[in-house]
Design a protein around this ligand. Structure first.
Ligand code: AMP
Length: 128
């Protein structure tokens, strides 16, 4: 079963300028903006401008130019935020939810960059 991209998702509307956003960085193939419900003092979403549903869709079907642009943009955001652990920053976490198991709410690929507080263990343990 192939991915079907829903162009009515909220990030598609942001990309078309139908919904405002707090832009952090924009490049040829990538947009980054602040999450509307931040889970940490720094919570940036990085999205490709192309119609990709999730991480594996992007990795398998995006062009090399899009993939390089996306990751360079994400790195540049970490640099601009001053969170790079190798440069005296406090570190950060990147997360990308895909599909039902990960509770992906918006079906347009996005990378969360979280920082600015101790983020705790990577995953909550299941009860029991
Ligand atoms: P996910 O559950 O991984 O799909 O995450 C979707 C994220 O999008 C959540 O952290 C939401 O707070 C965020 N979000 C939803 N609508 C907006 C919006 N209009 N502007 C910025 N962030 C949004």
């Amino acid at each position: 079963m192939a991915y079907i991209y829903d162009d009515q998702n909220i990030f598609a509307k942001i990309l078309r300028g139908e919904i405002p956003n707090q832009t952090v960085l924009e490049t040829a193939h990538t947009l980054a903006f602040n999450d509307i419900q931040p889970q940490a003092p720094i919570h940036v979403l990085v999205i490709p401008k192309g119609p990709y549903v999730c991480f594996d869709h992007f990795c398998l079907e995006a062009s090399e130019a899009e993939i390089v642009d996306f990751h360079r943009a994400a790195g540049e955001i970490c640099r601009q935020l001053g969170v790079q652990p190798g440069m005296g920053g406090g570190g950060y976490r990147t997360i990308s939810n895909a599909g039902e198991a990960a509770v992906q709410d918006v079906p347009h690929y996005h990378l969360h960059i979280l920082a600015g507080r101790k983020l705790g263990p990577m995953l909550m343990r299941a009860p029991g």
